[in-house]
Design a protein around this ligand. Structure first.
Ligand SMILES: Cc1cc2nc3c(=O)[nH]c(=O)nc-3n(C[C@H](O)[C@H](O)[C@H](O)COP(=O)(O)OP(=O)(O)OC[C@H]3O[C@@H](n4cnc5c(N)ncnc54)[C@H](O)[C@@H]3O)c2cc1C
Length: 589
């Protein structure tokens, strides 16, 4: 069973991402290291003792749809109530609306733990937190007063409605429409698919944030507006009142995440209410809905990245426990009776350490991204802009790398279990099945890579990324200057990975500047992986130098000498792969 890795999380937050330094510098006056420790350990207890046991029943029973209603797996609605009554939904929520206003780093750390306990359970609250963010930044004061206290406490949950059958990655194609009703409200019509927790029995109201087009809106993404559409329209006291004209027509049968209902939502077909049309309220300005939704999506992208870290951690723990128990064959140096535990075989050790190092790498990047977001909010002027750029740069990397390694690590976890990994009872297979969605939703990882190259490398006139690379070089130099023999060849390996990052970054910036867009797009995915491997090699070095703990140095060295070297091959794919890709693609049609 999952046990929250409090020490590793605390280490990544404090020694790698910079939380301790920020607390010491007085950036978060409300926060002390003791408070951080207390929150982490209580979240860890809840995740391990309450959320994790619910995961299996969620997978086997799944969510059930009948006549527009969805019943979540046995015990989940009660679990949700206990979870929100524990104040967990409100952890990073705005204080003005009842939240605890704690830095996002803590919210993200807790998210890791909920998701490792059960990703299908944790996904719902993740969307509520995104909705809170979007409403806090873009909704009118009246809407904030009405909805935010209930969303912050978790009494109501939020959803995110972008996708339609013809509009997935390309939201320009979306057709849902909204008409002004003449009284300040709108009527929303259309179909949305794949809506996570679009219907459920956790809360007595659900607040949908829906993208739709107004009459005469410009074509494409410039003509999209954002609407708040509650399942029940609040009455004069703010309690759920009349049923709105929106319902869940069906839920999907999926590879994994069985407990999380994935809903087809129908807006405005006249099933409920006096006349067809779901009553909605505009969020932000007309035709600027995508920018508002991006507030929610940026938050959700990091949250999905945390799902990758979480699944990887859960898979690593399970595989490690199995490998110390399972016995097969002989192992060098094993003097015990009978067959050796498989954890003593070098190939199994390689698998386990790859799992552990990739998990630590993704955690380092994701927490650094959360830190940048917090610093962007806590500072002002140029400093705030610097941190916002940093959060923007790291968000696609955190989302895509962490979710890719979530799948990789869960797959290795199945492998470590041998045949038992393929058998459901060990729980290794469900992690692999659940992990597979994370590289797809919240913008596929291919789209994240394109975002990194085309929108994030140009930040601050192309200079921000080079400032980041300079910081990584300082980390590599600190590893070298530590003169600790236990680092082995880490200094040169980390430095080489950073060289590859610098060369490919300049190459791609050059492609963008000279209009060689196809080359830039062709190299985007290998570049994102290279970026993450180089950055995480340096970050693990930073942490190991700070702690000087033998295990952390050894893991940093394993990453540097076994994983970071991949950047050399990735560099070739980025800088030389486009032509062969274009030639071979002629056969694809
Ligand atoms: C379980 C689940 C839950 C979900 N939850 C939600 C939710 O709550 N709310 C919501 O709105 N949506 C949700 N989604 C939808 C999800 O966000 C989309 O599936 C995702 O954005 C991809 O869109 P698509 O499925 O239409 O794939 P497509 O856009 O058709 O993409 C297919 C492939 O083509 C690639 N591709 C597409 N365009 C490009 C391009 N320009 N350049 C390069 N490659 C490209 C993609 O990377 C992908 O590999 C969910 C989906 C699932 C399966």
């Amino acid at each position: 069973m999952y046990r929250a890795p409090i020490e590793d999380i605390s280490f990544a937050l404090n020694e790698i991402a910079g939380l301790r330094a920020a607390i010491d510098a007085g950036v978060f006056p409300e926060l002390s290291s003791d408070l951080v420790d207390a929150i982490l350990s209580e979240a860890g207890r809840f995740a391990g003792e309450e959320v994790a046991p619910a995961g299996k029943i969620g997978d086997t029973q799944g969510a059930v749809w009948a006549d527009a209603a969805v019943t979540t797996p046995e015990g989940w609605a009660d679990l949700y109530t206990r979870w929100r009554e524990g104040g967990w939904n409100a952890l990073s929520g705005p204080e003005e609306f009842g939240g605890q206003g704690l830095p996002q780093m803590l919210g993200v750390a807790a998210l890791e733990m909920w998701n490792a306990g059960s990703m299908a359970f944790a996904l719902g609250p993740t969307l509520t937190m995104g909705a809170v963010d979007a409403l806090e930044k873009h909704a009118t004061h009246a809407l904030q007063q009405l909805y935010l206290p209930k969303l912050v406490s978790g009494e109501w949950m939020g959803t995110m409605n972008l996708t339609e059958p013809q509009a997935g990655s390309d939201l320009a194609a979306l057709r849902a429409r909204a008409e002004p009703a003449g009284d300040g409200t709108y009527r929303v019509f259309g179909q949305k698919i794949y809506i996570t927790y679009g219907e459920h029995d956790f809360t007595d109201n659900i607040v949908h944030l829906v993208l739709a087009r107004l009459p005469d809106a410009p074509a494409g993404t410039r003509g999209i507006s954002l609407f708040l559409v509650p399942k029940f329209i609040p009455d004069a006291d703010g309690n759920p009142g009349a049923r709105n004209d929106v319902f869940c027509a069906s839920i999907e049968h999926k590879l994994g995440m069985h407990g999380s209902p994935t809903c087809t939502m129908i807006y405005g077909d006249g099933r409920f209410g006096d006349a067809p049309g779901a009553v909605g309220w505009l969020i932000g300005e007309e035709n600027k809905g995508l920018a508002c939704m991006f507030t929610m999506m940026n938050n959700a992208r990091l949250a999905v990245g945390m799902q990758g870290v979480a699944i990887a951690e859960a898979a690593w723990q399970k595989a490690h426990a199995y490998a110390t128990d399972r016995r097969q064959g002989k192992a060098a140096g094993y003097t015990g009776e009978g067959m050796a535990p498989i954890v003593l075989h070098p190939d199994v050790q390689r698998n386990l350490l790859t799992m552990k190092a990739l998990t630590a790498a993704a955690r380092a990047i994701a927490y650094s991204c959360a830190h940048a977001t917090d610093m962007g909010r806590a500072t002002s002027g140029d400093e705030a802009r610097h941190w916002q750029d940093r959060a923007n740069l790291l968000t696609p990397v955190a989302k895509a790398f962490a979710t890719d390694i979530g799948v990789d690590v869960a797959s290795i976890g199945v492998q470590v279990h041998g045949g038992m990994g393929f058998i459901e009872e060990t729980g290794a297979a469900v992690l692999y099945r659940d992990a597979r969605i994370a590289p797809i939703y919240e913008g596929t990882n291919g789209i994240q890579a394109i975002d990194l190259v085309t929108r994030k490398l140009p930040l601050s006139g192309g200079e921000h990324v080079h400032g980041f690379i300079a910081e990584l070089r300082a980390d590599a130099e600190a590893v070298r200057a530590s003169n600790l023999p236990a680092f082995g060849r880490s200094p040169e390996k980390i430095a080489a990975a950073i060289d590859d990052l610098e060369a490919t970054t300049r190459f791609l910036q050059d492609c963008l500047a000279s209009g060689r867009m196809q080359e830039a797009l062709a190299g985007a995915t290998p570049y994102l992986r290279l970026f993450a491997l180089a950055a995480s090699a340096a970050m693990l070095g930073r942490g190991a130098v700070a702690s000087k703990e033998a295990d952390r140095i050894a893991l940093c060295r394993f990453h540097a000498e076994n994983l970071a070297g991949e950047t050399a091959a990735l560099k070739e794919r980025v800088m030389e792969g486009a032509e062969s890709l274009a030639e071979a693609a002629k056969a694809l049609g």
